[in-house]
Design a protein around this ligand. Sequence first.
Ligand SMILES: *[C@@H]1O[C@H](CO)[C@@H](O)[C@H](O)[C@H]1NC(C)=O
Ligand SMILES: *[C@@H]1O[C@H](CO)[C@@H](O)[C@H](O)[C@H]1NC(C)=O
Ligand SMILES: *[C@@H]1O[C@H](CO)[C@@H](O)[C@H](O)[C@H]1NC(C)=O
Length: 167
Amino acid sequence: MHSFMFRANAVLTFGVTVLALLCCLASVSDNLHHAKPSVDLQILRLESFQRLPNGNDEVKLVLNITADLQSLFTWNTKQLFVFVAAEYATPKNVLNQISLWDTIVERKENATIAQLTRNKYSFVDQGNNLRGLNFNLTMYWNVMPLTGAMYTGKTVVPGLRLPQQYR
Ligand SMILES: *[C@@H]1O[C@H](CO)[C@@H](O)[C@H](O)[C@H]1NC(C)=O
Ligand SMILES: *[C@@H]1O[C@H](CO)[C@@H](O)[C@H](O)[C@H]1NC(C)=O
Ligand SMILES: *[C@@H]1O[C@H](CO)[C@@H](O)[C@H](O)[C@H]1NC(C)=O
């Protein structure tokens, strides 16, 4: 009896060690995989640009989001969290980041994105900083693996500009 328990414990320990080792190998081999996603972000239309009654600026856009993120998927990929953000600097903050759109991709065959869409979340500045503003549109992807650490990548479309006038 005694020796049976001992054996069971030894087998269990060995099993756990092998599992831990496999997990490490999994994330190491995953890191060797260099993905090359292709991304194209366009602003098709500025639908409206106004100052809200509370004094904050608001922008409504139509975005053309095209991406092929299939190469991010390996056998160790659980899902991708993808979002597109407007990023800009104001006198108060070096980086303002406003998420405009997001999606979760759970399968490689769903990792090609072609979306003509209004901004899903509102593009509102805390203040009236948006007239004539230079901003970037950035697509981020958070890659959530089955084992190992999450990592993030991005593609930046810099040098976009809002008009000087509300419309
Ligand atoms: C959206 O972007 C894709 C990729 O650049 C392009 O092929 C397509 O024509 C664009 N759609 C519109 C409506 O401009
Ligand atoms: C916008 O993109 C440019 C070029 O990648 C970068 O130098 C700049 O810091 C970005 N601006 C913000 C606010 O992130
Ligand atoms: C994901 O792909 C499967 C087929 O591969 C399809 O049936 C499903 O509708 C897709 N889901 C989304 C959200 O596009």
